[in-house]
Design a protein around this ligand. Structure first.
Ligand code: 1GP
Length: 275
C-alpha cells in the first residue's frame, strides 16, 4: 500500500490535500542554517517545553522574542504530558513569523502546524530504538507531512546532574571531559549523512558544555553545530558561539526570566566568525 493511501485513512480529503500541497513547498530552514554557518552568522533558538509553559507567560515571551530577533523556536521536551503542543504552535504562528522547529522527545510529539522537525538520532547512546527504531515508525507520517525534516545527530553530554532525557532514553551521556569521544561521534554522524549535530548537556544541566569540547567538535565537522543545556548567561552563550557553536539553545533560564531573551540574543548575534 502506498504511503498516501495509508495516510488518507486517518484524515479527510481536505486535510489530505492541504498537507499534500504544503509537503511540496520549498523547505528553507536548513538552507538558512547552512548559509548562516558559511557566513559566520550565529543563531539563537528559544526552547519552549509545552509542559512547563504557563499560558500567561507566553505572550511576553513571544513579544520579547520578536523584539530581540530570535531566530527559531524549538518546541519539545523529554516528556510532554499535556495537550498544549498544537495550541502553543498556533499561538506562535498567530503572533510572530519566527519559525517553529519541533525538537521531539519521542515520536508522539508531532504537530503538522510546525515548520520543521529535528529528526533526532541519539548517536551518543547505544539504544537501537533511538538510533533507528522509532524513526522507522514515524517515517511514513513524516513523508506526507508538510514539515521540513532535518536529520540530526543528537549527542548527550554529561551536565553534572541526571536529566530526564538520560532516564527516558536509557543511555549514558558522553563524559564532559571526553572531548575526543564527542569529536569522533560527531564525525561519524557527519559521515553517516546527518545534516547537523546537536550537543546537549540536557535541560537544566548544572554544567553546560565546555568551550573546549565545542571547539574540538566544531573544528572537526562541516555541518551546523547546535549547542544547548544549562546555558544561563549571555556571557556563556557568547563564549559558546565564539568556540564554534552555530546555534545556541536556551530553555530553562528563559522560563525563569523571559527578559533574558534580549541580552542572550544580542550576545549571540554580536559574534560573527567565518568558518
Ligand atoms: C535542552 O538544550 C536544551 O535540551 C536547553 O536546555 O533548558 O537547560 O536551557 P536548558
Amino acid at each position: 500500500m502506498r504511503v498516501e493511501t495509508c495516510l488518507i485513512v486517518f484524515m479527510n480529503e481536505y486535510e489530505f490535500q492541504y498537507l499534500y500541497s504544503k509537503a511540496h513547498q520549498v523547505k528553507e530552514i536548513y538552507s538558512d542554517l547552512k548559509n548562516a554557518k558559511a557566513s559566520g552568522e550565529k543563531k539563537f533558538a528559544v526552547l519552549i517545553d509545552p509542559d512547563k509553559l504557563r499560558m500567561g507567560k507566553i505572550d511576553s515571551v513571544l513579544q520579547l522574542a520578536k523584539d530581540a530577533n530570535v531566530d527559531y523556536f524549538f518546541i519539545g521536551g523529554s516528556l510532554i504530558v499535556n495537550d498544549m503542543l498544537d495550541l502553543l504552535i498556533k499561538s506562535i504562528k498567530e503572533n510572530t513569523s519566527i519559525p517553529c522547529v519541533l525538537f521531539p522527545g519521542n515520536s508522539f510529539q508531532l504537530s503538522y502546524k510546525a515548520d520543521a522537525l529535528l529528526f533526532l538520532s541519539l548517536i551518543s547512546g547505544r539504544n537501537a530504538e533511538l538510533l533507528i527504531g522509532n524513526h522507522v515508525l514515524a517515517a511514513p507520517y513524516l513523508k506526507m507531512s508538510p514539515l521540513e525534516i532535518i536529520s540530526t545527530g543528537y549527542m548527550l553530554i554529561d551536565g553534572g546532574v541526571s536529566t530526564t532525557v538520560q532516564y527516558i532514553s536509557n543511555t549514558r551521556p558522553i563524559p564532559a571531559e571526553k572531548a575526543d569521544i564527542a569529536m569522533s561521534t560527531a564525525i561519524a554522524g557527519q559521515y553517516l549523512g546527518l545534516k547537523c549535530i546537536y550537543m546537549d548537556a540536557g535541560s537544566g544541566a548544572q554544567n553546560p558544555i565546555s568551550e573546549s569540547m565545542i571547539d574540538m567538535v566544531s573544528s572537526a565537522v562541516d555541518i551546523p553545530l547546535i549547542v544547548g543545556g544549562g546555558i544561563r548567561t549571555p556571557e556563556k552563550a557568547m563564549a559558546n558561539v565564539k568556540a564554534g557553536a552555530d546555534v545556541v539553545v536556551v530553555g530553562n533560564a528563559i522560563e525563569k526570566d523571559p527578559e533574558l531573551i534580549i541580552d542572550m540574543s544580542a550576545a549571540i548575534h554580536s559574534v560573527k566568525v567565518s568558518s
